[in-house]
Each structure stands twice: as C-alpha cells, then as structure tokens.
Ligand binder design. Structure first.
Ligand SMILES: [Zn+2]
Length: 486
C-alpha cells in the first residue's frame, strides 16, 4: 500500500481500519502517546517524550528562485516506552506523508507538533524508522527575544540559511528539537547548478545531477543537537585545507565578504589548535566557517563544525568564540535552555583566555574590567551583567542576555581564583573530556568542579552563579597579589 494514500484517508476510516487490525493480531503491544514536550523550563513544547533519535537522514531539494523546499526526513529513533503515537516538532510546511517501519502512518498537526500514529504500536527499546515527506516555503521563526532563526532568505534573495538556536530547526525539518536529544546526521542538499550548499561535518560527495542540479552530501559522524544543524545555500567561495594536527577545514565565504573575512579566517586553523591546547582534543572530525552575505542574521552562531557569520567576522574574538563553542555547547551540550551559561560563559571565557595568551589583557584583567565597568579593557564590560544570576535567567528572553555571557565567564574566573591555574585548567579539560558528545546541567558542573578540584566552592556558586544581587568587588585573588600593579 502506498503510505501516502493511507495517510490521506479520513480519520474515522483509518480508526476503523486500525481497530480491525488490532483486533486480529492478538499480541498487540499496548503503547501510550509520547509527550509533546520535554518540559524545558523555557520552551516546554520543544522536543518530545518517549523516544531518542539516533540518526537523521535529511534529503533537501531547495530552489532559491522560488524558495520552495521538497524534502524527505528519515529519522531513526529508539522508543523509550511503548508508543501508540509520538510527536515530532515541525513549523509550517506541508506534510505529504508519514510512514513508520515502512508502513503508512496516520498523522495530524497542532501548532508546531506533528503527531504520528504508527500502524502498530512501538515496543519499548524498539529502534524504528520514520519517514516524513514534506514541502513548502520554509519560514523564519521569531524568538522570544525578537531575534530571527529558522529558515532565513539571505539579502538579495539569492540564497538561504537554516539556523536553529533555540527552536528554529523545526522550520526546516521535523525532529526532536531539544538539545537533550543528540543524534548523528546525513544532510543531502540539492540545489540548481552554480549554487553551493554547505552543511555540518564532512562533504562526502558533490554530484552533478542530469537535470542541471547539484547534490551535496554532508555527513556528521558525531552526535549533534538539532539547534546546531545548518544548511547554507548560495554563491560561496570555498576554501579547504587542514589544521596543523590534520583536522579538515572547509570554509565557504560569500564573495562580497571574502576580502574582509580573509585576515580573520586565516587564523581559524591556529585557533582550533590553540583550543586543543587549552581545552583538550577537538571533538569533531571537521572544522571551518560559513560567511553569509552581510546582514543575513543578527548574530553569529556556533553551528556544529562550521559556525555561521552574518557577513565578514568583525573580530578575531568572534571567530574564537564560535570555535570555543565546539567544545562548550556543541560537544558538551546543555540539558535545558536554562543551562545556557555553560555555553556562553565558557565561550566568553575562551575569548579572555585567547587574549591572555596573545598579548592582550589577561582573564583577570577582563574580570576586573567587568567589575569596574571599564570598557577600555573590554567593550562588553559596561553591560548590565548584574541584572540576574547567570544560572537563573528569569524567562526565555534572558537566555542570550549579557549576564549569561559576561557573568558566566566571571564565574569561571572566580573558580580559577579559588583553585589556582593547575586545578582550574585540569577542571576545564576534564569537563570537556568527561561530558564529550553529551549533555550537562549547571548542577552537574558545580558538583564536578568541587569533585575535580577538591574544594568547597559554595561561595562562588551562591554569590556569582545564583546570587540575585550584583556581586560586590571580589576578594583579592590569591595568586594575583604578587603581580598586582603598585
Ligand atoms: Zn556564544
């Protein structure tokens, strides 16, 4: 039976058919519906309960001329309970058909939830394959803080980019869109000849189709949270190479941004090697960058292996920040969106360390500049980093606000002040190694830090991480006294 035909039957007819089928099979598994969200404190409908995805295979056919996407998503997942139905997150677009384990499945849509009812209930522990055929003109999603993500047509209309932090990936593929469910990916993008299509991981093949189109097959061998998936379609100048330790580099730059990008991107391989020295082994099998036409987005994003920049990166620190996320955020991902400071505090702290190691102000000097609001040392030091504690943003608008970044970095410097350099850098490297390709929460971090350093850090957590008030001038760092300026 063609699953598309079944899925288009009127619901009562299908219900009758299913009742009949169930009645005949005898040993039917008794499943129940999977939850429509994973109870994220800020995005309760993000992600879905009852299963974990192992692999996404996305086949995207996109034409920049009319903005139309024709796509198939094959999602391999493991049931964590008996399932009579389960949800995928998908925003907009038309679903043409769904099958589970090769059999047509009923589905319906409410808001951003696509509910799939397999012909037979799934057993707990069962690995199952869901295929979704869908099409339409994917759209942008507006975040609670007003920024745009999802599918963005780049200025001039000659291309597009898919970006997903925190929930924008549902605008271009159905999935379990919460960082707590990481999976491997194959993303194949077919575009008209003359366009490039760039995504995460390694380019496995580039095939000229007979019909004037080119298919780019990208493979992500390491687990990825869906908000870090990306596809960029457009005219790009592609540069490939390797870092000193052999990590393949693939950089795609919009031609208008090439000259301005060149000096900063030339240092990308060195930055990756510096990160290896500071944070431990690079977590992925590829690196690079995607530079979009200017003003494509209001932000840069640490999309896995290949961060996107909205125009030529304005500074070394910006590129370094997104690369540092490969360890902190991409490899060690947050358990919930409330844990965002684990991403941004570390990436901001990495900027301070890069500065310290390259003749700029030390991390302690950045910290002091924040305390004093001295923007001559650090341009962000005047931000309202005391507005709320980094581990406790009050609403989804605040997960990308300055305390999550600057004060998150200050938390790390406070830990370094307490435990000294040797224990601090062992902690940072251990954190990246022990949670590699996994997820972690703030509570995981504080427990790990105390265990790893053998120190009671309650005061740091209470005042800097969770304290509602803007912390007062910290006590003088123990090992900085000798070098303090007269
Ligand atoms: Zn960041």
């Amino acid at each position: 039976m063609d699953h598309r035909v079944l899925s288009r039957l009127a619901a009562p007819a299908v219900a009758a058919l299913l009742a009949l089928t169930t009645g005949c099979t005898g040993e039917t598994v008794q499943g129940r519906p999977g939850a429509s969200g994973v109870r994220d404190p800020f995005f309760p409908k993000a992600g879905n309960g009852g299963y974990q995805v192992e692999h996404y295979s996305l086949d995207l056919d996109y034409d920049p001329a009319d903005g139309q996407l024709h796509a198939t998503a094959v999602i391999t997942a493991r049931a964590e309970q008996g399932l009579s139905s389960f949800n995928l997150d998908l925003s907009g677009l038309e679903v043409e058909g769904v099958s589970v384990q090769g059999e047509g499945a009923r589905f319906n849509r409410t808001g951003n939830e696509l509910t799939v009812r397999p012909a037979e209930d799934l057993e707990r522990g069962e690995v199952f394959r869901t295929e979704v055929d869908y099409s339409g003109r994917p759209k942008a999603v507006t975040d609670p803080d007003g920024s745009e993500e999802g599918w963005i047509v780049t200025p001039g209309g000659k291309g597009a980019v898919g970006v997903g932090e925190p929930v924008g990936s549902m605008a271009w593929f159905p999935g379990n869109h919460h960082p707590s469910d990481k999976a491997t990916y194959d993303i194949t993008v077919t575009v008209p000849r003359g366009y490039e299509a760039v995504s995460n991981g390694e380019l496995r093949s580039r095939t000229e189709e007979g019909d004037g189109r080119t298919a780019f097959a990208w493979h992500s061998a390491e687990p990825m949270a869906s908000y870090l998936a990306t596809v960029a379609v457009g005219k790009f100048e592609v540069t490939t190479g390797r870092t000193a330790s052999g990590i393949p580099v693939y950089t795609a730059v919009s031609p208008g941004e090439a000259a301005a990008s060149e000096p900063v991107l030339a240092r990308l391989p060195e930055m990756v090697e510096w990160g290896i020295g500071r944070f431990g082994p690079y977590p992925f099998s590829a690196t690079g960058a995607i530079v979009l036409p200017a003003h494509s987005l209001g932000y840069a994003l640490e999309t896995q292996t290949r961060p996107v920049f909205p125009g030529a990166p304005g500074s070394e620190e910006l590129v370094l920040h997104e690369l540092a996320h490969q360890w902190f955020g991409d490899s060690v991902s947050p358990k919930s969106w409330k844990d965002m400071w684990l991403n941004e505090g570390f990436a901001t702290y990495a900027e301070w360390l890069w500065s310290e190691d390259h003749g700029g102000p030390s991390a302690q000097q950045h910290f002091d500049a924040y305390v004093a609001g001295d923007t001559r040392v650090d341009g962000e030091a005047g931000s309202d980093w005391g507005a709320f504690p980094p581990a406790a943003p009050r609403n989804p608008k605040e997960i990308s606000a300055s305390p999550v970044y600057g004060r998150g970095a200050m938390v790390l410097q406070r830990v370094r002040q307490e435990v000294g350099d040797a224990k601090f850098f062992a902690l940072v490297r251990g954190w990246a190694a022990d949670h590699r390709h996994g997820n972690a929460s703030t509570a995981d971090f504080t427990a790990y830090a105390e265990e790893k350093t053998g120190r009671d850090l309650t005061e740091v957590w209470d005042v800097w991480l969770y304290g509602k008030d803007r912390p007062k001038a910290p006590k003088a760092p123990k090992d900085a006294k000798a070098s303090a300026a007269p």
